[in-house]
Design a protein around this ligand. Sequence first.
Ligand SMILES: C[S@@+](CC[C@H](N)C(=O)[O-])C[C@H]1O[C@@H](n2cnc3c(N)ncnc32)[C@H](O)[C@@H]1O
Length: 423
Amino acid sequence: MATPSRRAVARALHAVFGRGERVPERWDQNLSGADAPLAQALLGICLRRWGAMGAWARPKLKDPRRGLPIGSQVALAIGLAQLGWLEGVAPHAAVNEAVDLAADAELGFPVHKGLVNALLRKAASDSAGLRAALEALADADRTEFMDWVLESALAPRHQEARAAEAWARLNQPPRPAFRVLRGDPPEGLEADPRVEGGWRLLSGAPWPLAWLREGSGMVQDASSQALMAFAWSERPTHILDACAAPGGKTTALSRRFPEASLTALERSPTRAARLRENLAARRVHATVVEAEAAAWMAQSQDAFDLILLDAPCSGTGTIQKHPELAWIGGDLDFRDLAKRQRALLEAAWPRLAPGGLLIYAVCSWLPEEGLTLREAFLRAHPEARPVPVWGAPFGLDGSPSSVFLPDPLTWEGEGFQAFALTR
Ligand SMILES: C[S@@+](CC[C@H](N)C(=O)[O-])C[C@H]1O[C@@H](n2cnc3c(N)ncnc32)[C@H](O)[C@@H]1O
C-alpha cells in the first residue's frame, strides 16, 4: 500500500487534473513529520512537470491518441517525478509505490498496473537518461494559458520576447517569506534583502510551524510586504480592509496604524473563522464582519480614511505557489471576475473620506483585473486622483508611482497589480 504522503499527492492531483479544481487548501494536514515536506515537494514537481511527463509517456503507449485514464496518469507521474527529480528516494521504492497507486481502486486504474510497472521499471534503469529526456520535453509544461499570462505580465514593460526567461523563473517553487510580529525570528530565517523588515527561509531550514501557530510571525510574500510599505504619512483613524482573510494585510495595517479602528470584511464563513483565529493569535485588534463587501459598503454610512481592497482575482500572480493554475486557470470566468472587481471598487469609492487613500490590489498579471480597470475607473470618476505611494522597482509611471507592478524578470515575489487613489 502506498504511503500516506503519496496517497495525499494522488488525491490532490485527482482534484486538479480529474476535476479541474485547485489543490484543496489543507490537502496535507494529516501528514506528519518528514512526510509533509516530501509530499509538498512531490506535488510541486508533479504539477510543474505534468506536461513533460505526459509527453514522455504518450509515444510509449500502444495507442498514443487515446492517452491514459486519470488514475494511471497520476500513478505514473508520481513515479516519474520521484525517479527524475526527487533526491533521496530509492528507485525501487518509487516504482513499487507508484505501481501500488495504479492498482488502487480509489486512486488508480488497476487495469494499467502492468503498464505503469513496465514504464517505470524501464525508466528506473537509467535515472539520468530519464531526467535528460524529461528536461528535453520542458516546453510541454508551458500551457497556452501560461503563454497568455506571461505575455500579459511582460507587456507593460515591452518584454514579451523574454517569455521563456520569465517562465524559467516562475515554474519554480517560491522561497517562503515572513514577517516577525513578536520577539526574535526563529532559527532558520535570515533577513530578506528584498524588503525592509522582511525575513526569508534559509535553504533546507525546517518550516517554523510552532512560531507561526503561536502568532509570533506570519508568512507573507515579499510583494505583499512591499505593497503594504506604501509611502503615506497621514494618520488614519478609520480603516477598512474589504476582503481580508486570511489576514496578512489586516495584520500589516494594524501594526502600521495601531491607533486606528480597523474593520475587516470577509464573505466566506470558513475564511472569516480563519481570519479571526489568525488575528487573535497575532493579538491584532480588528472588527471582523462576515459579509459580502459590495453589499456591506453600499449600505454603510461610514467614511474610512484608508481602504484596502485586496480583491478576489485569478491569482495568476501566485503561479509559483499554486502551479496548478497553469492547468486550470484557462477555465476561470474572467468576465465574471472583472464584473465583481468593478462592483467592489465602485462600492468602496463612496466610503472613502475626502483626502483618504484607497488601495486596490490583485495578485494577478492580467490587465483586465488591474490596469484596465484603473483606466476605466479614472475615466468614469474625474474626482479620483492617483497618489504616488510606491518607489522603485515597483512603479510603472515613474518613481514614486501610483501603480504597483513588480517586474517578473527581476523581482522575486508574487505578481501583483495595485493602484492608489484619493478624492
Ligand atoms: C485576495 S484574498 C485577500 C487576502 C488578504 N487581504 C491577505 O492579505 O491575507 C481575497 C479574500 O476576499 C474574500 N472575498 C471574495 N469576494 C468577496 C466579497 N465580495 N466580499 C467579501 N469578501 C470577499 C475571499 O474569500 C478571500 O478571502
